[in-house]
Each structure stands twice: as structure tokens, then as C-alpha cells.
Design a protein around this ligand. Structure first.
Ligand SMILES: [Fe+2]
Length: 251
């Protein structure tokens, strides 16, 4: 695991290597396998109790617990410096399973509502030109006033409705011109970034299935309520899906 200085400014992307044991990865994937046939949310994304249970399993391992603690401490420090009054609510735990049938979920450039994102790959897609890798833009946005954030979100939502081929062409154009970088996310590692100021997306998955846990921490409340409706809708949908088709941890 890399050594990190909590006092330093957080880099755009932190990688904590080898903090998730292979055995635990196998257990979590087996849990997902057990429900995969029946569980098909249209967007491949679900904030399920199982994701929260996976978080508790991860925290039983010191390297992960230390990585999470360091990332959270740095993020809170950054929030203080930026003058953001962050909510100390529970993190949002999401399980995301993306395969070739979910074109609508790729090349969607966006900012997160939360200032800290932990990406924990569970399974990589098959090697190919597009395997779901993370795309991170190089230059973070700076002053984030609420009104400006709302305008940006509306613009990005409109761009998300562009056809897949256009969204994909834009990604590869930006990669070719160095505006963003492609991050291969390896199971066992934890990837940490501030998705609130860093524009990001994912490549499409051409073959196989890419599985990730995504933990979001600290909402600075700068969306003017714009996210409340879709977030409430997704929470309701996930609760209904949990009732119909529970994803039970094997632990
Ligand atoms: Fe995101």
C-alpha cells in the first residue's frame, strides 16, 4: 500500500494498491453471481443493502479501513478549505454491473454530487478496446457556486442524451488531445477521487461484465435540490428491487 501524507493536498487520483484481499473479492463476486440472472436494473446500478454489507466486510481488513480513513480525513480537510458545509450523512453505497447491453451507461460525462468517491473494482471486463475503464478529466473545476453547479449539471444532462456514437467519439477525441486519461481499474485496489470537481465517465464494455462498488461520501449541498428527485426515485426503485429480488450477502 502506498504511504500518504494526510496534510498534503489530495492528488486528483489516489490509488491504494492491494487493499482488498483476493478471497474477499471472490466472496463478493460469488454473492453477485448468485443473483445476477434475476437482477437486471436497466442502468446496471443499484444502491442495495448488499453494497453496504460489502462495505462492512471491507472494513474488517486493516488496509482498506486505513485507506478509507485517510481518504475521508483528506476530503473533510479539503471541504474545510473550500468552505463547504458537508453533510455527515451515511455514505451512499452502490453496486454497478455493466455489460455490453448497457450502451446507455457509458461515455456519460458528469460530476458527482458528493465530494469523495471510492471506486472498488470487483471484476474487470474482458480485454478489448472498450472495457469500461474510468475516464478522468485532467483539470478540476474551481469555484463551484450553487447556481453555476446547477447550470453545469443541466448542460451535462443534455449532453448525456446525445447518441452513443457521438458520446464515444467525444471521449476518444478528448483522450487523443490529452484532456482526459484512461484509468485501468484493477480488482484489489481502491481508487479515490473528488468526483464533485473532477469530470469523469466510463468507457463502454464490449465484452464480459465490469463490476464495481462505488462509495460516495459528503454532499456539500450545492445542487439546489436538483438531485433530490432522481436520487429519491433511485432509492425507491432500489428498495422495491431489494424486496422483489434481494441480493443477499453470503457472509
Ligand atoms: Fe460519478
Amino acid at each position: 500500500m502506498r504511504d500518504h501524507d494526510i496534510e498534503a493536498q489530495p492528488p486528483r487520483l489516489q490509488v491504494f494498491e492491494g487493499v482488498v484481499p483476493r478471497q474477499l473479492l471472490a466472496e463478493m463476486n460469488a454473492t453477485v453471481d448468485a443473483c445476477r440472472q434475476a437482477w437486471r436494473p436497466a442502468d446496471g446500478r443499484r444502491a442495495t443493502d448488499t453494497a453496504a454489507q460489502f462495505a462492512e466486510l471491507l472494513r474488517r481488513h486493516d488496509p482498506f479501513r486505513l485507506a478509507e480513513r485517510q481518504a475521508c480525513a483528506r476530503s473533510r480537510q479539503g471541504a474545510r478549505q473550500a468552505g463547504w458545509a458537508i453533510e455527515r450523512a451515511q455514505p451512499l453505497y452502490v453496486l454497478r454491473c455493466i455489460n455490453g447491453g448497457l450502451r446507455g451507461q457509458s461515455h456519460l460525462r458528469h460530476y458527482d454530487s458528493h465530494i469523495l468517491t471510492l471506486l472498488i473494482p470487483l471484476q474487470q471486463a474482458a480485454p478489448s478496446r472498450e472495457n469500461g475503464d474510468l475516464i478522468l478529466y485532467r483539470h478540476p473545476r474551481e469555484a463551484v457556486a450553487a447556481w453555476k453547479n446547477v447550470i453545469t449539471k443541466v448542460r451535462l444532462i443534455l449532453m448525456r442524451s446525445l447518441p452513443f456514437v457521438v458520446r464515444r467519439a467525444l471521449t476518444f477525441h478528448h483522450l487523443a488531445h490529452g484532456r482526459c486519461e484512461r484509468v485501468a481499474c484493477v480488482p484489489g485496489n481502491v481508487y479515490v477521487f473528488n468526483g464533485f470537481i473532477t469530470l469523469h465517465a466510463n468507457l463502454h464494455v464490449e465484452a464480459g461484465e465490469r463490476r464495481s462498488l462505488i462509495f460516495h461520501y459528503y454532499d456539500p449541498g450545492l445542487t439546489a435540490g436538483l438531485n433530490h428527485v432522481p436520487r429519491a426515485w433511485r432509492a425507491l426503485r432500489d428498495r422495491l428491487l431489494d424486496a422483489i429480488q434481494p441480493v443477499r450477502s453470503r457472509d
